[in-house]
Design a protein. Structure first.
Length: 245
Protein backbone atom coordinates (compact mmCIF):
# COMPACT_ATOMS: atom_id res chain seq x y z
CA UNK A 1 0.00 0.00 0.00
CA UNK A 2 2.79 2.37 0.87
CA UNK A 3 4.59 1.51 -2.38
CA UNK A 4 1.45 2.26 -4.42
CA UNK A 5 1.08 5.62 -2.69
CA UNK A 6 4.69 6.50 -3.49
CA UNK A 7 4.23 5.53 -7.18
CA UNK A 8 1.11 7.69 -7.44
CA UNK A 9 2.99 10.61 -5.96
CA UNK A 10 5.84 10.25 -8.47
CA UNK A 11 3.39 10.12 -11.40
CA UNK A 12 1.67 13.31 -10.17
CA UNK A 13 4.99 15.12 -9.87
CA UNK A 14 5.98 14.12 -13.43
CA UNK A 15 2.63 15.29 -14.79
CA UNK A 16 2.91 18.63 -13.00
CA UNK A 17 6.45 19.18 -14.32
CA UNK A 18 5.38 18.30 -17.89
CA UNK A 19 2.37 20.60 -17.62
CA UNK A 20 4.54 23.45 -16.40
CA UNK A 21 7.06 22.92 -19.18
CA UNK A 22 4.34 22.77 -21.82
CA UNK A 23 2.74 25.94 -20.48
CA UNK A 24 6.06 27.80 -20.56
CA UNK A 25 6.62 26.63 -24.15
CA UNK A 26 3.19 27.84 -25.17
CA UNK A 27 3.76 31.20 -23.52
CA UNK A 28 7.17 31.56 -25.17
CA UNK A 29 5.74 30.65 -28.57
CA UNK A 30 2.89 33.14 -28.18
CA UNK A 31 5.29 35.88 -27.12
CA UNK A 32 7.51 35.16 -30.13
CA UNK A 33 4.54 35.35 -32.51
CA UNK A 34 3.44 38.66 -31.04
CA UNK A 35 6.92 40.10 -31.33
CA UNK A 36 7.97 38.80 -34.75
CA UNK A 37 4.83 37.64 -36.53
CA UNK A 38 6.25 34.14 -37.11
CA UNK A 39 6.13 30.88 -35.20
CA UNK A 40 9.02 29.09 -33.56
CA UNK A 41 8.17 26.07 -35.70
CA UNK A 42 8.57 28.21 -38.79
CA UNK A 43 12.16 28.91 -37.81
CA UNK A 44 12.94 25.23 -38.03
CA UNK A 45 11.93 24.87 -41.69
CA UNK A 46 14.81 24.39 -44.12
CA UNK A 47 15.95 27.54 -45.91
CA UNK A 48 14.96 27.87 -49.59
CA UNK A 49 17.53 27.46 -52.32
CA UNK A 50 19.76 30.49 -52.70
CA UNK A 51 19.62 32.28 -56.03
CA UNK A 52 22.93 30.98 -57.34
CA UNK A 53 21.66 27.38 -57.08
CA UNK A 54 18.22 28.13 -58.48
CA UNK A 55 19.40 30.10 -61.52
CA UNK A 56 20.42 28.84 -64.92
CA UNK A 57 24.05 28.79 -65.97
CA UNK A 58 23.99 31.98 -68.06
CA UNK A 59 23.20 34.16 -65.02
CA UNK A 60 26.79 35.24 -64.40
CA UNK A 61 27.65 38.03 -61.97
CA UNK A 62 28.69 40.20 -64.92
CA UNK A 63 25.37 39.75 -66.72
CA UNK A 64 23.35 40.39 -63.55
CA UNK A 65 25.32 43.59 -62.88
CA UNK A 66 24.50 44.92 -66.35
CA UNK A 67 20.86 43.83 -66.05
CA UNK A 68 20.45 45.60 -62.70
CA UNK A 69 21.84 48.83 -64.18
CA UNK A 70 19.53 48.56 -67.18
CA UNK A 71 16.46 47.69 -65.12
CA UNK A 72 17.07 50.54 -62.70
CA UNK A 73 17.89 53.23 -65.25
CA UNK A 74 15.46 52.20 -67.99
CA UNK A 75 12.29 52.16 -65.92
CA UNK A 76 11.54 48.66 -64.65
CA UNK A 77 12.89 49.16 -61.12
CA UNK A 78 11.88 52.35 -59.33
CA UNK A 79 9.27 53.47 -61.84
CA UNK A 80 9.62 56.49 -64.12
CA UNK A 81 9.66 56.49 -67.91
CA UNK A 82 10.13 53.26 -69.83
CA UNK A 83 13.09 52.34 -72.00
CA UNK A 84 16.59 53.45 -72.93
CA UNK A 85 17.99 54.74 -76.18
CA UNK A 86 21.55 54.20 -77.51
CA UNK A 87 23.57 56.93 -75.83
CA UNK A 88 21.81 56.39 -72.52
CA UNK A 89 22.28 52.63 -72.66
CA UNK A 90 26.00 52.95 -73.35
CA UNK A 91 26.35 55.02 -70.18
CA UNK A 92 23.99 52.81 -68.17
CA UNK A 93 25.53 49.46 -69.11
CA UNK A 94 29.08 50.84 -68.68
CA UNK A 95 30.50 48.26 -71.08
CA UNK A 96 31.50 48.25 -74.74
CA UNK A 97 29.29 47.14 -77.61
CA UNK A 98 31.21 43.90 -78.00
CA UNK A 99 31.07 43.07 -74.29
CA UNK A 100 27.33 43.82 -74.19
CA UNK A 101 26.69 41.32 -77.00
CA UNK A 102 29.08 38.77 -75.50
CA UNK A 103 27.09 38.76 -72.26
CA UNK A 104 23.79 38.35 -74.05
CA UNK A 105 25.04 35.62 -76.40
CA UNK A 106 24.58 33.24 -73.48
CA UNK A 107 20.81 33.62 -74.07
CA UNK A 108 21.01 31.86 -77.44
CA UNK A 109 18.83 28.92 -76.31
CA UNK A 110 16.35 31.15 -74.46
CA UNK A 111 15.81 34.12 -76.77
CA UNK A 112 14.35 34.79 -80.20
CA UNK A 113 14.97 37.43 -82.85
CA UNK A 114 12.09 39.17 -84.61
CA UNK A 115 13.11 40.39 -88.07
CA UNK A 116 11.65 43.43 -89.84
CA UNK A 117 11.56 44.68 -93.41
CA UNK A 118 13.68 47.73 -94.35
CA UNK A 119 12.31 50.95 -92.83
CA UNK A 120 9.35 49.04 -91.37
CA UNK A 121 8.13 48.23 -87.88
CA UNK A 122 5.14 45.96 -88.57
CA UNK A 123 5.16 42.43 -87.19
CA UNK A 124 4.57 39.75 -89.82
CA UNK A 125 2.89 36.41 -89.11
CA UNK A 126 6.18 34.69 -88.25
CA UNK A 127 7.13 37.48 -85.85
CA UNK A 128 3.79 37.29 -84.06
CA UNK A 129 4.04 33.52 -83.74
CA UNK A 130 7.59 33.72 -82.32
CA UNK A 131 6.63 36.51 -79.92
CA UNK A 132 3.65 34.56 -78.58
CA UNK A 133 5.80 31.46 -78.16
CA UNK A 134 8.51 33.37 -76.29
CA UNK A 135 6.06 35.24 -74.07
CA UNK A 136 4.29 31.99 -73.10
CA UNK A 137 7.60 30.38 -72.09
CA UNK A 138 8.02 32.41 -68.88
CA UNK A 139 9.18 29.56 -66.59
CA UNK A 140 8.83 31.78 -63.51
CA UNK A 141 11.03 34.60 -64.85
CA UNK A 142 10.21 38.17 -63.80
CA UNK A 143 11.44 40.33 -66.69
CA UNK A 144 10.98 40.19 -70.46
CA UNK A 145 13.52 42.14 -72.48
CA UNK A 146 12.98 43.65 -75.93
CA UNK A 147 16.20 44.93 -77.50
CA UNK A 148 15.42 46.55 -80.86
CA UNK A 149 17.94 47.61 -83.49
CA UNK A 150 18.26 49.06 -86.99
CA UNK A 151 20.64 48.42 -89.86
CA UNK A 152 23.01 51.08 -91.22
CA UNK A 153 20.88 51.82 -94.29
CA UNK A 154 19.65 55.25 -93.23
CA UNK A 155 20.67 58.21 -91.09
CA UNK A 156 21.46 57.78 -87.41
CA UNK A 157 18.34 59.70 -86.44
CA UNK A 158 16.03 57.65 -88.65
CA UNK A 159 17.59 54.37 -87.56
CA UNK A 160 17.06 55.33 -83.93
CA UNK A 161 13.43 56.07 -84.79
CA UNK A 162 13.02 52.71 -86.57
CA UNK A 163 14.41 50.78 -83.62
CA UNK A 164 12.17 52.69 -81.20
CA UNK A 165 9.10 51.92 -83.30
CA UNK A 166 10.09 48.25 -83.51
CA UNK A 167 10.36 48.01 -79.75
CA UNK A 168 6.96 49.65 -79.43
CA UNK A 169 5.44 47.25 -81.98
CA UNK A 170 6.39 44.38 -79.70
CA UNK A 171 4.97 46.21 -76.67
CA UNK A 172 1.68 47.09 -78.41
CA UNK A 173 1.16 43.56 -79.71
CA UNK A 174 1.71 42.02 -76.28
CA UNK A 175 -0.71 44.53 -74.74
CA UNK A 176 -3.39 43.77 -77.30
CA UNK A 177 -2.87 40.02 -77.47
CA UNK A 178 -2.53 39.08 -73.80
CA UNK A 179 -4.31 41.84 -71.83
CA UNK A 180 -1.80 41.35 -69.01
CA UNK A 181 -2.49 43.94 -66.29
CA UNK A 182 1.06 43.50 -64.92
CA UNK A 183 2.83 43.81 -68.27
CA UNK A 184 4.30 47.21 -67.37
CA UNK A 185 6.17 45.63 -64.46
CA UNK A 186 7.57 42.81 -66.65
CA UNK A 187 8.61 44.42 -69.92
CA UNK A 188 11.90 46.23 -70.53
CA UNK A 189 12.39 48.12 -73.81
CA UNK A 190 15.76 49.07 -75.27
CA UNK A 191 16.17 50.65 -78.70
CA UNK A 192 19.73 50.82 -79.97
CA UNK A 193 19.41 52.18 -83.50
CA UNK A 194 22.60 51.44 -85.44
CA UNK A 195 24.80 52.98 -82.76
CA UNK A 196 25.31 50.29 -80.15
CA UNK A 197 25.90 46.53 -80.06
CA UNK A 198 25.16 45.51 -83.64
CA UNK A 199 24.49 41.80 -84.11
CA UNK A 200 27.09 39.67 -85.91
CA UNK A 201 27.01 36.35 -87.78
CA UNK A 202 26.94 34.33 -84.53
CA UNK A 203 23.30 35.35 -84.12
CA UNK A 204 22.40 33.43 -87.29
CA UNK A 205 22.02 30.30 -85.13
CA UNK A 206 19.41 31.91 -82.86
CA UNK A 207 15.66 31.34 -83.14
CA UNK A 208 14.76 33.71 -85.99
CA UNK A 209 11.23 34.72 -86.96
CA UNK A 210 12.10 33.95 -90.60
CA UNK A 211 15.11 32.53 -92.47
CA UNK A 212 18.01 34.77 -93.48
CA UNK A 213 19.37 33.41 -96.75
CA UNK A 214 22.92 34.62 -96.20
CA UNK A 215 23.07 32.86 -92.84
CA UNK A 216 22.74 29.50 -94.60
CA UNK A 217 25.89 29.98 -96.68
CA UNK A 218 29.20 28.62 -95.42
CA UNK A 219 31.15 30.99 -97.68
CA UNK A 220 29.98 34.55 -98.20
CA UNK A 221 31.20 37.51 -100.20
CA UNK A 222 31.66 40.89 -98.53
CA UNK A 223 28.41 42.02 -100.11
CA UNK A 224 26.62 38.99 -98.68
CA UNK A 225 28.14 39.61 -95.24
CA UNK A 226 26.86 43.17 -95.37
CA UNK A 227 23.39 42.03 -96.43
CA UNK A 228 23.32 39.45 -93.62
CA UNK A 229 24.30 42.09 -91.07
CA UNK A 230 21.56 44.43 -92.28
CA UNK A 231 18.90 41.73 -92.04
CA UNK A 232 19.97 40.59 -88.56
CA UNK A 233 19.98 44.16 -87.23
CA UNK A 234 16.58 45.17 -88.57
CA UNK A 235 15.33 43.31 -85.54
CA UNK A 236 14.23 43.00 -81.95
CA UNK A 237 15.79 40.42 -79.64
CA UNK A 238 13.17 39.11 -77.21
CA UNK A 239 13.68 36.98 -74.12
CA UNK A 240 12.60 36.29 -70.58
CA UNK A 241 15.49 36.69 -68.14
CA UNK A 242 15.70 33.89 -65.58
CA UNK A 243 18.28 35.59 -63.34
CA UNK A 244 17.37 36.56 -59.75
CA UNK A 245 17.96 40.30 -59.61
Amino acid sequence: MKIAWILNAVVMIVLLVALGTGTRSMVQAAAHRLETGESLEGQKKPAPLIASKAEVAYCTDELKTVLRRVLTNCGLIGGGRRGCQPNELRNVAQISDADFNTLFKSLDKRAGIILFDPEKDELDAGSKALLEKMWADQRGASYFFVVARASTDDTTEKNRMYSHKRANSVLFYLQERFKDTELDQKLGLLWLGEEYAQLDKEFCSWNLSRPVEECQKEQRTKAEDLQMSKELNRSAVISWIDCRL
